[in-house]
Design a protein around this ligand. Structure first.
Ligand code: THU
Length: 129
């Protein structure tokens, strides 16, 4: 069965602006109502100002007023499935909590894990109270 979230991540990947690394990534985030919010990586010649697809997707959704999320799909052209980087894991935890993370490649290989498995023992707002 086709997964609309995976399809959206693969489609978003085509918009990646990655002239420096040539490593294109797409992300699609499903909110609590079932709506899909997408992002792709956007690179800077400074390198450090580059923004990953996952953070673009979550900032895109939050900027539209969405606050509750269920799943994210991340698409890249790698044999070994590409997981979110460390900073993206933290930002996803901050804004989405323990969502399901589905990793996919262009050959249709996929795997789903909980964000907590990728970011065990996270720092979060609870520590600030
Ligand atoms: N990148 C993402 O967008 N998401 C990931 O999960 C891994 C890395 C981007 C950042 C940069 O534009 C390129 O991939 C190479 O690191």
């Amino acid at each position: 069965m086709a997964d609309a979230l995976v399809e959206a991540a693969l489609k978003a990947r085509l918009n990646a602006y990655a002239p420096y690394s040539r490593f294109k990534v797409g992300a699609a985030l499903e909110d609590a109502s079932g709506a899909i919010h997408t992002g792709c990586n956007v690179e800077s010649p400074t390198y450090g100002l580059t923004m990953c697809a996952e953070r673009v997707a979550v900032f895109h959704a939050v900027s539209q007023g969405v606050r509750t999320f269920r799943r994210i799909a991340v698409a890249a052209r790698t044999e070994r499935l590409t997981p979110p980087c460390g900073p993206c894991r933290q930002v996803l935890w901050d804004l989405c909590g323990d969502i399901e993370v589905t990793l996919v490649n262009l050959k249709g290989k996929s795997e789903s894990v909980r964000l907590k498995e990728l970011l065990p023992r996270p720092f979060d707002a609870k520590f600030l109270r």
